[in-house]
Write a protein that binds this ligand. Structure first.
Ligand code: HEM
Length: 505
């Protein structure tokens, strides 16, 4: 006769298997439904089980070109599959408006989960009530009143960056400008949003900066190899990124340093800046609204902010300088505008009131971000069926992607889309353009919280460097946009580096 304990164990095992089957069956029928509903959409033909995995490049540097080819072959709305994931890539502005503003697609794609282990559950990743609580706690710390005070710090960072470029001009060397900007952008975010005085040459800070692109490589590697999406499966494959644990450690140590220093200062009653509102870290650690974030959440947000702000500002400014180096006429016009604003004293620090007059420079940044949307690919998940204006229904459970390089080169909204023409952003030339035809900072409730910060930083640094230096590409460098080879690892950059020469003026 079987004893009671084995019987109970057997019953528990049967129940566990039944529960797994029910769950698996539920997931399987949802997966089949999504496949059925998207089967008629254009897209690369999938293979059984693996979907379009073989269509992806082995070398991740080719990913930008592959995704561009998919978009131009199957756009403006196509489907692709990877293992059990079904993707719909939406690139028509009217469809994008619905996806970017609907409650049914308000959550970030489940693929963002791969960033959690390194970046943490910050604003860019969390969803639902957790996201609303975080966004509400953080938003006041990026109010215009505070950003205005930041301009002075941006201006000093810009002047220091101009000095560094000047030294390279004296040496007459050709160099990749991107990493130099990374350091400037990172120092700016630490001194402003984090109100920290961590030294620019601090070794931990340098390690942090070095680790950011590696972490982004790591996210992209896993996202496009869905068999590594599971942390458990991936843990057997970490040898591919031997410095994974070191990266994780660096991010945590640097974040703890920023928060620890600030807490220490508050404990010693060091006074906060005299102003109506405080910057992010001061705000979170000293206000009632900010107290909505606990210590762990605060650490995740600091990591998210420092990573996103440093990397995106770095790539945006790098493309701007590269565009000036290729288009000397545009460079002359930017310099003329800045000379008019700054007057005789080219070296003076830029003030907030100067920024409103930098209208041509702003158009150059807008055009740069049109051609080179720094975050070219981002996505959501449909939590319910969503009918698009184009008549297509995105089934629940489906991942929805946006590929901005295609969106931003739609000739309906941007005639001669491959031409670099800042004046397409003149008010008279923008009239009637679909508001979702140009979305480098995304749009709707989950848009970029750092958009105003980014534009102020970029314009201020431009005003510090362009009047003092002339940029040019080397003789064998690109002569026009078509010659610029791109790559992406979360953010996009120039393949082989944004190599330039600089001359003092
Ligand atoms: C030129 C520079 C920048 C560009 C092009 C850019 C672009 C974007 C885009 C496209 C998104 C949406 C991503 C998605 O839906 O997954 C986003 C979100 C975000 N960005 Fe930026 N960004 C820039 C600078 C910044 C800066 C300077 C900060 C911080 C000060 C920042 C912080 C964030 C955060 C926290 C989110 C997530 C917002 C949320 O989901 O509520 N970004 N950014």
């Amino acid at each position: 006769m079987i004893g009671v304990v084995p019987l109970l164990l057997l019953a528990a095992a049967v129940l566990a298997v039944a529960a797994l089957l029910v769950r698996y069956w539920g997931a399987l029928s949802e997966f089949r439904r999504a496949r059925r509903m998207t089967a008629k959409l254009p897209g690369p033909p999938p293979y059984p089980v693996i979907g379009n995995a073989l269509d992806l490049p082995y070398n991740m540097d080719d990913l930008y070109d592959t995704l561009s080819t998919f978009a131009s072959t199957y756009g403006p709305l196509y489907r692709a599959t990877l293992a059990h994931y079904t993707f719909v890539v939406v690139m028509d502005p009217e469809d994008m408006r619905v996806v970017m503003t609907s409650d049914k697609t308000a959550e970030k794609s489940s693929l963002y989960g791969v960033a959690e282990s390194l970046m943490g559950r910050g604003l860019a990743i969390v969803n639902g009530d957790e996201w609303r609580r975080h966004r509400k706690a953080i938003t006041p710390s990026l109010h215009l009143d505070i950003l205005r005070d930041f301009v002075q710090i941006f201006s000093k960072q810009g002047a220091a960056f101009a000095d560094t470029l000047g030294e390279l001009a004296d040496k007459g060397v050709m160099f990749d400008v991107t990493p130099l900007i990374g350091s400037c952008a990172n120092q700016a975010i630490c001194e402003t949003v984090m109100s920290s005085d961590v030294d620019k040459d601090d070794p931990l800070k340098r390690d942090f900066l070095d680790a950011v692109p590696k972490a982004f490589d790591h996210f992209m590697y896993r996202i496009f190899r869905p068999w590594f999406l599971s942390d458990w499966v991936y843990s057997f494959h970490r040898w591919q990124f031997p410095d994974y644990l070191q990266m994780k450690n660096t991010f945590n140590l640097f974040t703890q340093r920023l928060i620890g220093d600030k807490k220490e200062a508050l404990k010693k009653n060091e006074p906060l800046p005299q102003r109506k509102r405080q910057a992010f870290l001061d705000h979170v650690l000293s206000s009632e609204e900010g107290a909505a974030l606990n210590d762990a959440e605060l650490a995740e947000e600091v990591k998210t902010f420092v990573m996103l702000a440093s990397a995106s500002s770095m790539d945006a400014l790098s493309f701007f300088i590269y565009m000036l180096a290729i288009h000397q006429d545009v460079q002359d016009k930017v310099r003329q505008e800045l000379d008019d604003i700054l007057g005789e004293d080219r070296g003076r620090l830029v003030e907030h009131s100067d920024l409103a007059h930098m209208q041509y420079t702003e158009r150059v940044f807008k055009e740069t971000l049109r051609i080179f949307p720094i975050l070219p690919l981002f996505g959501r998940i449909a939590t319910d069926d969503l009918l698009l204006p184009s008549g297509v229904t995105i089934p629940r459970g489906c991942q929805v992607g946006f590929w901005l390089p295609y969106v931003h080169r739609n000739p309906q909204w941007f005639p001669e889309p491959d031409k670099f023409d800042p004046d397409r952003f003149l008010p008279e030339n923008s009239r009637g353009r679909h508001p979702f035809a140009y979305v480098p900072f995304s749009a709707g409730p989950r848009n970029c919280i750092g958009q105003r910060y980014a534009m102020m930083f970029l314009k201020t640094v431009a005003a510090a460097i362009v009047p003092r230096l002339r940029f040019e590409v080397p003789d064998d460098g690109p002569k026009c946009l078509e010659d610029v080879q791109l790559k992406m690892n979360l953010t996009m950059s120039v393949r082989g580096g944004a190599n330039i020469r600089v001359h003092r003026l």
